[in-house]
Structure formats: C-alpha cells, structure tokens
Design a binder for this molecule. Structure first.
Ligand code: GLP
Length: 244
C-alpha cells in the first residue's frame, strides 16, 4: 500500500479521474467499481469532463456500484443508485447493460449478491476499485467485524453508519441494512484506491494506515493490498505520523 497526499480535494479528485482515464485508454474493456458519497462526487464530475474532452471510448467498459442501502428506492436522492444515475450514467450516456448496480428493492437480495459475484467472476475481476471510508472505518458497507473472505453480502448497518448516513437524505430515513461488494472483491481487484478528504476523516485515515490490519477496522485491509493506494488530501493526512 502506498499513501499519496494531495494539496486539496480538487487535485486529489483530478488524480483519481486521470487514473480511470489512463486505465480506459490502456484497457477499453476495463471493469471499474466506484463508491458513491460526498468524497468521489468531484472525481465523477472531472471524469465526465475528461471523457467528453478526450472522447474516451466507453463502448466496452463495465461500471459497478459498490453498495446500496437496502429498501431505499432508486428515485430517492440519498440512494447510491440516484448518485450514479446523475453523476455518471446520464452525463456519459452509458447504456444500462454496462452499468451494474445492486437492486436493493429486490425481494431476493441473496440473488442480487449472486448476480454481482457472477458478473465480476465472468469479467475476470475488477480492474480498479475506488472506495471511500466511513466514520467507523467501513468500506462500502463492510462494517466493523466483517469477514475479509466475503464477496457480495447483506449486512446489518452499524449505529454510526445509520446516523452518519442521514446526511444523504432530505428527510430522516430508517437505515437498517446494506448490500455491498465484499472485501475479498477489494483484495482481488487489480488496483484499489481509497479516497478521503477533509479533517473529519483524519482520525480514520490514521487508523487505516497505522493500525494493525484487523476486521475491527475494515479499511485497514488496504495495507494488505499489493496494489493499494490511499489517496488523500492534506487535511485527511493531518494526523499521520509521516506526512510525505
Ligand atoms: C457510506 C457508503 C460508502 C462511502 C462512505 C463514505 O456510508 N456506504 O460507500 O464510501 O460511507 O462516504 P462519504 O464519501 O460521503 O464520506
């Protein structure tokens, strides 16, 4: 794992968007997995700009959404689906057959997990996975205590996630379960980028980078990734022992 520190959210987001462009150019059939949330929003916007400017070929790539709130419909502005619809699918005009999101309204969520795992296996794995970090160290909805051996699964949300997650919604929501790719997917991805910005993430970034790897703090798994990058701005890096 490498830690890369950027001056601000803009330069960080630009660097991550450039990584995706580089991948799409070198491997047009790439499989790209993205988190939603506040952290990657600017990356998505810059990525859309770059793709349009450079007329990057998107006809063969596959996009995957990292996670979703169970029972929150896609038209709800706080859903991950809504985020991807407005930040990537519509602006890029990507056909839906190339964009795979969990259907968290399905009566058979296990089947959703199986479908996602099958897709990823058939595509021979994820080329790049871009994730954020929750205030309890979660990645996607891989909450503290989760097995590192999991592929897609449904999970009871941690109290912190239920509370912090309210920020995405206009009105208070009952957030009980999440459906998410597993940490095994992250470990097996050819490249993993964990992004964070702002001083409120400084504490969790310190734990990600400096604590022993443990499923009590899921983001620490980044240390075990052979091609893992923790890409953060100066504020998120402010508590690290070594600020390169
Ligand atoms: C959410 C999502 C994660 C996201 C994380 C950080 O709960 N499940 O996929 O990366 O928390 O979100 P944000 O970037 O808004 O801080």
């Amino acid at each position: 794992m490498q830690v890369r520190i950027f001056n601000d959210h803009q330069t960080l987001s630009d660097a991550v968007a450039s990584e995706i462009i580089f991948l799409l150019k070198s491997k047009p059939g790439a499989v790209i997995c993205f988190a939603s949330g506040e952290t990657p929003r600017l990356t998505c916007r810059l990525l859309v700009e770059k793709i349009k400017q450079e007329k990057t070929n998107l006809s063969r790539c596959t996009f995957i959404g990292l996670d979703e709130w169970v029972s929150i419909p896609p038209e709800n502005e706080g859903s991950c689906h809504f985020f991807f619809q407005h930040e990537l699918i519509e602006p890029l005009g990507i056909p839906l057959k190339q964009f795979h999101l969990f259907n968290a309204m399905s009566a058979n969520l296990q089947e959703e997990c199986k479908k996602m795992d099958k897709l990823i296996a058939e595509k021979e794995g994820i080329d790049i996975i871009v994730v954020g970090i929750g205030m309890n160290g979660h990645i996607g909805f891989n909450e503290p205590g989760v097995s590192f051996e999991n592929y897609s699964h449904i999970i009871d949300l941690d109290e912190t996630t239920r509370t912090v997650g309210q920020k995405y919604f206009k009105t208070p929501q009952v957030l009980q379960k999440g459906i998410t790719l597993g940490l095994k997917h992250l470990l097996e991805a050819k490249k993993a980028i964990l992004m964070a910005n702002g001083s409120r993430k400084a504490g969790v970034i310190k734990r990600t980078v400096e604590e022993n790897v443990s499923n009590n703090f899921p983001a620490s798994i980044m240390q075990a990734h052979v091609n893992g990058y923790v890409m953060i701005d100066k504020d998120a890096a402010s508590l690290l022992d070594q600020k390169k």
